[in-house]
Design a protein around this ligand. Structure first.
Ligand code: MG
Length: 374
């Protein structure tokens, strides 16, 4: 029988980026090894030090076990069974957030293993390929310099062929300043580009956000992302009901229950689960189905490793709907060099690869150079 013989958390840190980085100075990677030599990788966009502690925790009592202990000796092909076990035995300290982040990384590694074992792509195990290519949108971050720097970056992304671009704003904590900058970006890009904004929960509360929504309503935005904190569902609901813009959120939510609750109360137009945080491929299947049944579009969040891109592409390839996800513009070496290959975009689309597993080749030299022990 195929058995898990090791689950290794790998924490990477790029010291030269320690001071400030748009994303990607550290990373939580999981390597799952089997007795037959098949190895699966997963990652989570989380706090890697806390995640490592949670994965390696000692058993506390008979229903509070460390995640690694739950997995050793088990059959990695029993993916849902193992997911359910991880959930049950972390119920004291888990169910949401960090435990779900760790479970996401494990779940992705298990799908990687299953695909290699059965020698078919992950999308086949999920029911078959329904897309040969998938649209992606690009995100770029607001800078704290002259707006011309933001405009330059927006135009560079447009030249790469993206039809939808997201401007991540809010660094000034002042929507009037954000508006001036977004207006300048809109003028520079023209009206044939879908322009979205990510507020990163910086519009405080309903009253403040509602004023901002009115101000931004003439910019024909594709969506406004996370105007307020993810738990502030009443404010989301009131903002959605104004119909001043489509509203997207969900990168910080985990698990089917939290998503179902958010969709029910906030009524967002779009949810943005991150497959490395929300519970992995297995849980995203449930989150996705529920969202679609509730008339909500799913546009996954994507701003970390090549694993995140591969897992998202394999998942979306197996969905019947028009699908799209975010493509990271990060310049972090963890995004670019951790694997010797990754799925690249071309003219605003990625092609769905027919690879076995995640189809990524780990760069061992890179891992050894930046791995943090202890
Ligand atoms: Mg965001």
């Amino acid at each position: 029988m195929l058995k898990i013989i090791n689950v290794e958390p790998i924490v990477l840190r790029i010291p030269s980026l320690q001071e400030k980085c748009e994303w990607g100075y550290d990373c939580f990677l999981v390597k799952v090894t089997t007795n037959e030599g098949i190895v699966g990788y997963g990652s989570s966009d989380t706090n890697p030090y806390a995640a490592k502690g949670l994965l390696m925790a000692h058993d506390s009592n008979f229903i509070s076990l460390g995640i690694r202990d739950v997995l050793i000796g088990q059959n990695p092909l029993e993916i849902q069974k193992l997911w359910d076990k991880m959930y049950y035995y972390s119920i004291y300290y888990g169910r949401k957030s960090l435990a779900m982040h760790v479970m996401s990384a494990i779940d992705i590694a298990l799908w990687d293993i299953a695909s290699q074992y059965y020698k078919v792509p992950i999308y086949m195990l999920l029911g078959g390929k329904q897309h040969d290519k998938i649209e992606v949108y690009a995100t770029f971050e607001q800078k704290l310099g002259p707006v011309e720097e933001d405009i330059e970056e927006a135009l560079k992304i447009k030249d790469l062929g993206f039809k939808t671009i997201k401007y991540s704003i809010g660094s000034y904590y002042d929507y009037e300043e954000d508006y001036k900058r977004t207006l300048a970006i809109r003028k520079a890009l023209g009206d044939d580009i879908n322009l979205a904004i990510d507020v990163c929960s910086r519009w405080k509360n309903y009253t403040y956000a509602n004023r901002a929504f009115k101000k931004f309503s003439d910019l024909n935005l594709y969506f406004i992302e996370e105007p307020v904190a993810p738990d502030d569902t009443e404010s989301y609901n009131k903002l959605v009901s104004t119909r001043l813009s489509q509203i997207a959120a969900g990168e910080n939510l985990t698990g089917k229950y939290e998503f179902a609750d958010f969709i029910e109360k906030a009524k967002p137009d779009i949810i943005q689960p991150d497959i490395t945080r929300c519970g992995g491929i297995s849980e995203l299947r449930k989150i996705y189905e529920n969202a679609v049944m509730k008339g909500c579009q799913v546009i996954p969040h994507d701003w970390s490793t090549a694993i995140l891109i591969s897992a998202t592409v394999q998942f979306l390839a197996a969905q019947k709907d028009d699908v799209m996800f975010e493509y990271s513009m990060s310049k972090s070496p963890i995004f670019i060099d951790l694997f010797k290959n990754k799925i690249d975009f071309e003219n605003g689309f990625v092609s769905v690869p027919d690879t076995i597993g995640l189809g990524l080749e780990i760069n061992e030299e890179f891992v050894n150079k930046y791995k943090i022990e202890g």
